[in-house]
Design a protein around this ligand. Sequence first.
Ligand code: ZN
Length: 351
Amino acid sequence: VIIDCHNHVLATALPPGHERFIREMRAVGLRRTGVLPDDRAPTEPDWAALGDVAAPVDPDVLIADHRAAGVDVSVVLAVAPSEDTSYGQRGTVDLAGVTGLPGPPSIDRSNDYVAALCRAHPELRGMAAVNPRYRGVGAALAEVERAVGELGLTGLKLYPMYDGYAVDDPQLALPVFALARDLGIGVMVHMGTTPARDAPLELGHPLAVDVVARQLPGLRVLICHAGWPWVDEALAVAARHDDVYLDLSYAQAMLSRRELADLLERAPRVGCPRSRLCWGSDYPGGGRPQTLLPQIATALEEEGGEPLAPRELARLLGGNWARFAGLPWDEATALDTVAERLPAWRAAAAS
Ligand SMILES: [Zn+2]
């Protein structure tokens, strides 16, 4: 089973703040590729020419894009609810009504929307999200219990820098991590930068994950985006703690193929074994799996390095995340799948 461990689905906030948030998230990539001007702020006509960039992500399109790329399972991450942001109310909301849940869209049901999608689509796995600054730590803890125990979600995603708290905050964050450890679930944490300019950059530094890992041994925590641009710092944290994982989502979009190959080569050399690296796309903002999957599968060989062993590749593309999440994963089947799809990935990477 090939797993893309980092995807976003539906809308991530309620209008009107949603549009500004998505525009800021997309502007970096659109400038880099020359679609938006890089010498002035984009104007309304510039944005209008691109169509509705803030349109909700349709789960059927997400699944079709992943199936076409050879991905079997997509992990969809809820966005934690927050209301005191400059973007208005953030959180996963079903604006288009595709989940079939009754009532007007509400950030209070972020985890319900994601769980509903997972019930309807066996290709999806869901991670709940909570924000201890939304209605207090007690409410966040109760929501974790509900999301995992009643909704059947697999684990947790936290967004400290978007929600305005430090990942090692003893009052706000550590109780959530402690509960996750007690429940035996893994916690993915947004780390690194974000183009959303109102999120404080200093709250994204992965060094603070070291505090969490030292205080809560046995907790499985995953540093999203490999902490980019602080990738070496994230690797240093993972090298100190056997239960700290990294995902390569968004980082892959920010790195050249040479830098990506360097990262795969460097991780085990500095003490973070490749068995703790997980592939993810950060769909839709981080790129399309049709491009990213062939690129990661062949990065080392394309750069003249020693290719990943089939077992390492199969684990990078699913097994490592399954271990992080506490899910079963059949290595023999995954090795067959990788062997079957690798020729297509090689052809796609070379073209
Ligand atoms: Zn993401």
